[in-house]
Design a protein around this ligand. Structure first.
Ligand code: SAM
Length: 221
């Protein structure tokens, strides 16, 4: 089983939280943060559904909620400051189709979320764990990919981005033997997905002259 054997893909640090993030956490938590199986599956049921894994400051998650008003958008993040920013932005923009999980996504997917739940799963710039001895902490691994596959509906899309060329190469290798997916070109995406705005993380990566790579997969079987 993935959870028991697996090293965590993050290290929780006590990061700095701004006054605005703190206030959002104190006042908006109950409105947006889900934790029970019943509430999560109710939010996803009978709707087009999106999952954003490791949403950071939530720029992409809130963009999708705003631009896909008919969809339920669920974001997962372990980093409290990022959750604070996302709560604040969701409230400012009056978004009512976004919910948040403050959790490691892996056990949540395994134990709480029903199969065939999502039309779209995004995982943009997961921690790259560059040292060889840490590669096992990377999220994009065969077992994880199978887990995502089971939670996507047929023809659902898994959209992965990385700014780490070794991570990209290793992830592409995993896909060589996998017949469950069809690799998609960006031109095949909907306009909303093609136009996802650049995030502050991407801006920093570009400034550091790192290559931004993407893998877009469609679940075909
Ligand atoms: C480098 S940031 C990318 C943020 C954002 N996706 C973006 O494109 O700007 C990666 C984020 O993934 C989160 N993360 C790492 N492992 C996670 C996990 N297992 N479950 C949920 N979030 C995770 C980290 O806390 C971090 O904020």
């Amino acid at each position: 089983m993935l959870t028991r054997d697996r090293l965590k893909s993050f290290v929780l640090r006590k990061g700095r939280i701004t006054a605005n993030q703190k206030q959002a956490i104190e006042t908006l938590w109950d409105q947006y943060v889900l934790s029970t199986k019943e509430d999560i599956n109710k939010f996803l049921l009978n709707r087009s559904s999106v999952l954003d894994i490791g949403f950071g400051a939530g720029e992409t998650t809130t963009y999708l909620a705003k631009n896909m008003p008919e969809s339920s958008v669920l974001g997962a993040e372990v980093y409290l400051a990022g959750i604070g920013s996302t709560l604040s932005k969701s409230n400012e923009e009056g978004l009512n189709n976004i919910k948040i999980l403050n959790s490691d996504i892996v056990p949540f997917l395994e134990e709480t979320i029903s199969d065939d739940s999502f039309d779209l799963v995004l995982m943009f710039y997961p921690d790259p764990w560059p040292k060889r001895k840490h590669h096992k902490r990377r999220l994009f691994q065969p077992d994880f990919l199978n887990l995502i596959h089971s939670k996507l509906k047929k023809n659902g899309i898994f959209y992965f981005k990385t700014d780490w060329s070794h991570y990209y190469q290793e992830s592409s290798k995993i896909l060589l033997d996998d017949k469950n997916w069809l690799i998609q070109d960006e031109s095949e995406l909907t306009p909303v997905l093609k136009e996802i705005p650049i995030t502050s993380f991407e801006r920093k990566a570009l400034k550091a002259q790192r290559d931004l790579k993407k893998i877009i997969l469609k679940k075909i079987s």
